[in-house]
Design a binder for this molecule. Structure first.
Ligand SMILES: O=P(O)(O)OC[C@H]1O[C@](O)(CO)[C@@H](O)[C@@H]1O
Length: 527
């Protein structure tokens, strides 16, 4: 990336980035109106980035020289891009987009979309059966609660979207999540749930994840304790051929395929079984539709018209050229309170890499640290650092003009929704323009870039678009850095060491004097 002509030009331009604090800096030359990118019902205002038309042109050239859109198209059509050339690696296609490519006659990856459609049909039939009571508990009672058991990509995305769309949730259904191997996580859910009318969805692509399999056993034990037969309550969502692919043990099995990465699996059965239960089938189709539309936008070559690509290259400008090490995603929407947590995995597990796609050490930086919390709560927590700290943090604000539930009240002449929006816009101005003051403690330096991602209201369709926007952004950035955004070898060492520590605890460790057992002794020495 750095070696391309555009990369070199960007390096020069980064020496004198646009000054957002200059008089009229935000309004000059129609900047506020010109720097807007639309996709579906989302629009991104990006005049508060430290960019000029010249920077945008160079970012366009960078996208072209790195073939970002072509690579995205190849991915959607089934290229084997989950690989490190010359080294043993997963060697797989990357086809999460096929799960929502169900609305056109000629899907980009027909075989994968056919598999997705067939699982969707199965799910529709199952949800109908649950609704009609055709599938019910041993006493003939309908299931009204679902417990979702999974971790990482098998938890974060489904949980984030479940939380985001609760306003659309069916009133006769409840959903709970268990993810942490901390036994208190399961216990807290189990003690408040009527297991007799609960379905338990065990979600694990590999079918081997220690946390999920342990939690499955905890739930099964609780079911048995209540005189219930686990296989009449438990559903498996797993990879074909995994250790969980054993229909005899489960009431139903739904599948995802090896070409869908865990953190990209929300629009597969990993997310849809739970979301279908809580929202109903029609709403999950709307969600998929929003995602499918955004995938098509990501194939547009012009960065000014391709929202995911523009978000990706602006992120690269901030991180690789202006040198900001982190990015904050700050939704002004309580419904999105778990969305930054989902993006943390999706982004950092994908792009937290140090080698390129040929196994060579990267020359520059790959993914930034991503973090975030909803506004306005964050304003009363960490925004002090955003405005006056020595660390500069580019911000991606997300907000909606209307609330989801419509319950509101005018206090002091304005509604709460108006107060929310006013705060959102105020923050982006304050970060950009700063404020002079002779008192150094009250001085705001400004020049802190942000984007505003605005929608009318957070519906299932918009949620799908937002999800696909970020998935595509992450993938496109990975292409620019020439890394494999689809494996996660970095999580393996910790897993192996935890297994060794467990062996120390049970006395079956083959090297009882090793570092693990010494650390265990030191940690457990309460004296
Ligand atoms: O769905 P599984 O196979 O249980 O994996 C859960 C998570 O664990 C990871 O493999 C990391 O340990 C993630 O990539 C994945 O989302």
């Amino acid at each position: 990336m750095y070696e391309t002509d555009a990369g070199k030009r960007l390096q020069q331009l980064a020496g004198r980035p646009y000054d957002l604090t200059a008089p009229d800096a935000l309004t000059a030359a129609g900047r506020l109106e010109r720097y807007v990118c639309r996709a579906g019902s989302l629009r991104m205002l990006y005049s508060m980035q430290r960019i000029t038309d010249e920077v945008l042109d160079a970012l366009q050239d960078l996208a072209d020289e790195c073939r970002l859109v072509e690579q995205f198209k190849e991915m959607r059509r089934g290229a084997v891009i989950n690989r490190i050339a010359g080294w043993p690696s997963e060697n797989r296609q990357v086809l999460h987009t096929a799960c929502r490519d169900i609305f056109c006659q000629n899907p980009a990856a027909p075989a994968a979309t056919a598999q997705a459609k067939s699982e969707l049909e199965k799910l529709k039939g199952f949800l109908d059966d649950v609704d009609s009571g055709g599938v019910c508990n041993a006493d003939g009672k309908k299931f009204r609660t679902l417990i979702h058991v999974g971790i990482g990509g098998s938890d974060l995305g489904p949980r984030a979207v479940h939380e985001a769309l609760q306003a659309f949730g069916r009133k006769d259904k409840d959903v709970h999540f268990i993810s942490n191997v901390d036994p208190d996580d399961a216990a807290a859910v189990l003690e408040k749930t009527d297991l007799a009318t609960s379905l338990v969805v065990i979600v694990s692509k590999s079918g081997t994840t220690m946390e999920t399999r342990a939690n499955e056993q905890l739930v099964c034990q609780a079911l048995r304790r209540d005189g219930l037969e686990p296989r009449h309550h438990c559903i498996a969502v797993t990879g074909k051929g995994s250790p969980m692919d054993n229909p005899e043990q489960y009431l139903r099995a739904f599948y995802m395929y090896d070409y869908i990465g865990g953190r990209y699996s929300l629009t597969s059965m990993v997310g849809l079984v739970t979301l279908g239960f809580s929202l109903g089938y029609e709403k999950i189709v709307e969600f998929l539709h929003g995602a499918a539309e955004m995938d098509l936008v990501a194939e547009e070559t012009d960065i000014r018209r391709n929202l995911p690509l523009l978000l990706a290259v602006l992120g690269i400008w901030n991180h690789n050229y202006l040198g900001y090490p982190t990015v904050a995603v700050l939704p002004y929407s309580q419904a999105l309170h778990r969305f930054p947590a989902h993006l943390q995995q999706c982004d950092m597990e994908s792009n937290g890499k140090s080698i390129d796609r040929n196994g060579r050490q990267l020359v520059g930086k790959s993914g930034p640290v991503l973090w975030g919390e909803p506004g306005t709560n964050g304003q009363h927590a960490f925004y002090q650092l955003l405005h006056q700290g020595t660390e500069l943090v580019p911000v991606e604000f997300i907000g909606f003009l209307r609330s989801q539930r419509g319950e509101d009240l005018e206090v002091a002449g304005t509604s709460s929704q108006q107060k929310l929006i006013a705060n959102l816009l105020a923050q982006s101005i304050a970060l950009a323009t700063g404020k002079e003051d002779e008192n150094p403690n009250k001085y705001f330096p400004g020049n802190r870039p942000s984007i505003l991602l605005i929608g009318n209201s957070l519906t299932p369709e918009v949620m799908g678009s937002l999800l696909a926007l970020y998935e595509a952004k992450i993938v496109l950035q990975g292409f620019a850095w020439n890394i494999n955004s689809f494996d996660q070898e970095g999580v393996q060492l910790g897993k192996a060491l935890a297994t060794r520590l467990l062996a120390c605890m049970t006395g079956s460790e083959s090297q009882p004097q090793g570092l693990e057992s010494k650390l265990l002794k030191a940690a457990c020495n309460t004296g």
